[in-house]
Design a protein around this ligand. Structure first.
Ligand SMILES: Nc1ncnc2c1ncn2[C@@H]1O[C@H](COP(=O)(O)OP(=O)(O)OP(=O)(O)O)[C@@H](O)[C@H]1O
Length: 307
């Protein structure tokens, strides 16, 4: 994989002195879905604003396919489609006219076949002649994506694409994003929904208070950072944990039928072998056991929670 966006030493201090980004470095790979995950005010929108040329960085450099975003602004901006967080859409006129107009803004010659393809990809083709203001909220969001794709960008930024949309629409947005990726578009989305990052992203960057806390392949992040929980189903229920086992980090389930043991998958020793021996010594027999991995949600809370 080669990188399409390189961010190096990027900082932003707004007028008034607030520092929203603190020397951020990372790369976006060509063709990937990258989720930028972070709590409110973490700096996600600021970062997107800088890459898209809407916010001036205080220090650092960003290149898009080797071109500096400040020096070669027109060239880099034309490679990028941006779907902003807030609904910024002219409600008058038809869907097709709005999308064709957005294409024209980038100086691209009309291409009805391309516009048709975009509208079809977004399941908007049967609404092409509808007035935008007459569409549902979800359809309006799709129109925003269509407008962002109108000039054939190969990088698409989606700032919280599914904020405030219902579960069904969220699923269909995920499908839309998946289809775009299949067509080779690099996608960077910001989200508060860990589930969204977990389901869609190839890699996740966690940002907190203007700093990138971690950038990792989604599965590897979950694997690497995840705690695992071992649940031991007891042959005989207990009313309380035997005295001899109280120092072993065990937790008795509320109904007394199982013991839980949390361990670090990365640790040199998980402690499981010792634990099983200790249970044996204490005369407890285990009927069944299972392990479960923590979700990205728990990892995320662990990463940003303590700061
Ligand atoms: N124009 C501005 N002037 C001063 N401070 C700003 C400006 N824009 C953003 N900030 C501050 O910078 C910080 C980062 O904001 P930003 O919008 O980048 O966060 P975010 O991660 O996108 O948050 P959210 O998830 O709420 O959209 C916030 O504390 C915000 O108040």
């Amino acid at each position: 994989m080669s990188s399409i966006i390189s961010i190096s030493g990027l900082s932003k201090t707004y007028q008034g002195g607030f520092t929203a980004l603190k020397s951020v470095d990372f790369e976006i790979e060509k063709g990937e879905i990258f989720a930028l995950l972070g709590p409110n005010g973490a700096g996600k929108t600021t970062m997107i604003g800088i890459i898209c040329g809407l916010v001036t960085p205080t220090t650092g450099t960003v290149t898009v396919d080797g071109h500096d975003i400040l020096r070669d602004f027109r060239q880099t901006r034309s490679r990028i489609g941006l779907v902003p967080q807030e609904m910024s859409i002219d409600m008058f006129g038809s869907v097709k006219a709005a999308v064709s107009f957005s294409r024209g803004l980038f100086g691209k010659a009309p291409d009805p076949a391309y516009v048709e393809q975009v509208l079809k990809d977004l399941s908007l083709w049967d609404k092409k002649d509808s007035e935008i203001r007459a569409l549902s909220g979800g359809m309006k969001r799709r129109v925003m994506i269509a407008k962002a794709l109108a000039h054939e960008p190969d990088i698409l930024f989606l700032d919280e694409p599914t904020a405030g949309v219902d579960v069904e629409l969220r699923q269909s947005m995920w499908q839309v994003i998946g289809r775009l990726r299949e067509r080779g578009v690099t996608i960077i989305l910001t989200t508060h929904y860990i589930e969204e990052a977990e389901q869609m992203a190839d890699r996740v960057g966690v940002i907190n208070k203007g700093e990138i806390v971690v950038v990792e392949e989604t599965g590897a992040l979950m694997h690497k950072m995840g705690q695992k929980r071992l649940t031991l189903q007891l042959a005989e229920p207990l009313t309380e944990l035997p005295e001899a086992l109280k120092a072993d980090g065990l937790e008795l389930a509320a109904d007394g039928t199982a013991l839980h043991f949390d361990y670090d998958t990365q640790a040199e020793r998980t402690g499981i072998t010792t634990l099983l021996a200790r249970l044996n010594e204490a005369g407890l027999s285990v009927r069944d056991l299972e392990t479960s991995q923590s979700s990205l949600e728990e990892i995320f809370v662990g990463l940003v929670g303590g700061k």
